[in-house]
Write a protein of this length. Structure first.
Length: 454
């Protein structure tokens, strides 16, 4: 090969090498420009979300960006203005997806509350309860069965009495007495004598659960956790830690019975307490009736009284039905005393025994009268009122409990802390921005930036 040809060949190689190096430099330069833009967006997003609502975090351990910025109205332009303020204004911005605390059954709020409790106490706080959840569900299922059994037995007794043309005497008749008690306001019967019922109430029309909400959009299933038994128990512990109950000595907030509100969602403390007491009465009735069916002595008492009441009829079938009705009435009366004991701050045996049974058959006849002085006793190994509320919280639907909890948080922050602008449906939990920037030589770069309080 001649020298000129070698020179030309080497020149071509050199030009190719220079072109390749130039391409590498250009590619690196473009990539560096992209990295700068992404860094600008990450920094700006982090700065925005560092402006979380302070009182919400301090009082309730929940991170959220109050995107109304104390105006009471939400506009996406406010978020874009903050991005520009923090150095990401040299790009076109849009929001590809955004999630508020109230979206999808308050899922983001529910997750944060459970995660907070796990971080603070660990899973040991709910491990023991996790073993009992099946029992709680079974107990709930048995309520309907037991209620239906009661109706059938009362119907059977009424039918037999009608067939035989007779009726039971009203004097010393616990069946008739309990039927009268069931017609009375429940709280008058089940609240211990010294307890003063709160008169606080809440206007429901402007709460999260009753008004039209601003809703986010887009799917965050790739970022969210699927709730399970453990998270449900942790959420219950969160509620019990942050909200007061009827059994607390110094309740505070827009309502005194706040856990009861989360369970029932009614406008006044009285209504919520009555609804919760009604549920607990059924829980106790199932357990008490199950025990009384196993106690031969108590069944013997009921049968003897039934025989006395039915002495004029002398029909074995009526006597047998009356004995069962007396046992049902007795179990109901015991349940009333259990509720009194719970509201007085005592514990009640989850499964009764001869020693833990509180109401005699003779005392049943004075229940709810001026002679009634039985507010129940304390069973050291039993279950407290707060523990029963934990059970009810676990059995409540996630979205129902979540939205009612946010009702209280919103109202407490407005009234107790003067944050009249605060709206839970304007509180951002997760967001993804889609940014478009123009690099040199007409190159356009489009990229997402995600931020979420996880």
């Amino acid at each position: 090969m001649r020298q000129g040809e070698v020179t030309a060949y080497l020149s071509l190689i050199f030009i190719l090498l220079i072109t390749f190096i130039g391409a590498l430099i250009e590619s690196a330069s473009i990539q560096l420009a992209k990295n700068y833009r992404r860094a600008d967006m990450v920094r700006a997003a982090e700065c925005i979300f560092a402006e979380y609502q302070k009182e919400l975090l301090e009082e309730y351990a929940i991170f959220a960006l109050e995107a109304g910025y104390e105006s009471g109205t939400y506009e996406e332009s406010k978020l874009f203005d903050r991005l520009e303020y923090y150095g990401a204004g040299n790009m076109e911005q849009e929001i590809s997806r955004i999630q508020m605390l109230t979206d999808k059954g308050c899922a983001a709020f529910y997750e944060q509350a459970a995660a907070y409790m796990e971080h603070k106490y660990g899973l040991d706080i709910v491990k023991g309860m996790a073993l009992e959840t099946d029992i709680w569900r079974q107990q709930e299922e048995r309520i309907e069965e037991c209620t239906e059994t009661e109706k059938q037995m009362q119907g059977e007794l009424a039918g037999l009495l009608e067939e035989n043309g007779g009726e039971l005497p009203k004097e010393d008749n616990p069946i008739d007495h309990v039927n009268v008690l069931k017609g009375l306001p429940l709280l008058e019967l089940a609240v211990p004598g010294e307890m003063q019922i709160s008169k606080k109430s809440l206007a429901l029309n402007d709460t999260v659960s009753h008004r039209n909400l601003y809703r986010g959009y887009g799917d965050f299933s790739d970022k969210a956790e699927v709730p399970g038994t453990i998270s449900e128990l942790l959420y219950g512990e969160y509620v019990m830690e942050h909200f007061s109950t009827a059994a607390d000595e110094e309740p505070s907030g827009v309502l005194d019975y706040q856990v009861e509100y989360i369970l029932e969602g009614k406008g006044s403390d009285r209504e919520n307490l009555e609804a919760v007491v009604s549920k607990l009465l059924l829980f106790r009735f199932v357990a008490n009736y199950a025990y009384i069916q196993t106690d031969a002595a108590m069944k013997g008492e009921a049968e003897a009284l039934a025989l006395t009441l039915c002495s004029l009829l002398a029909v074995p079938a009526v006597t047998k039905a009356a004995a069962q009705a007396i046992l049902l009435a007795w179990a109901y009366g015991e349940s009333v005393v259990d509720i009194r004991s719970l509201l007085a701050g005592n514990r009640v045996a989850f499964i009764k025994s001869k020693e833990s049974w509180q109401l005699s058959l003779s005392s049943l006849l004075t229940l709810g009268t001026q002679e009634d002085r039985n507010d129940g006793a304390d069973a050291r190994e039993g279950v407290s009122y707060r523990e029963y509320l934990r059970i009810l919280l676990f059995l409540e639907k996630q979205e129902t409990a979540g939205v009612r909890t946010l009702d209280l948080i919103e109202q407490n922050l407005r009234i107790e802390h003067g944050l009249s602008f605060f709206r839970a449906d304007q509180c951002v939990s997760r967001i993804e921005f889609l940014s478009t920037c123009r690099l040199r030589r007409g190159i356009t770069y489009r990229f997402p930036t995600y931020f979420g309080y996880n």
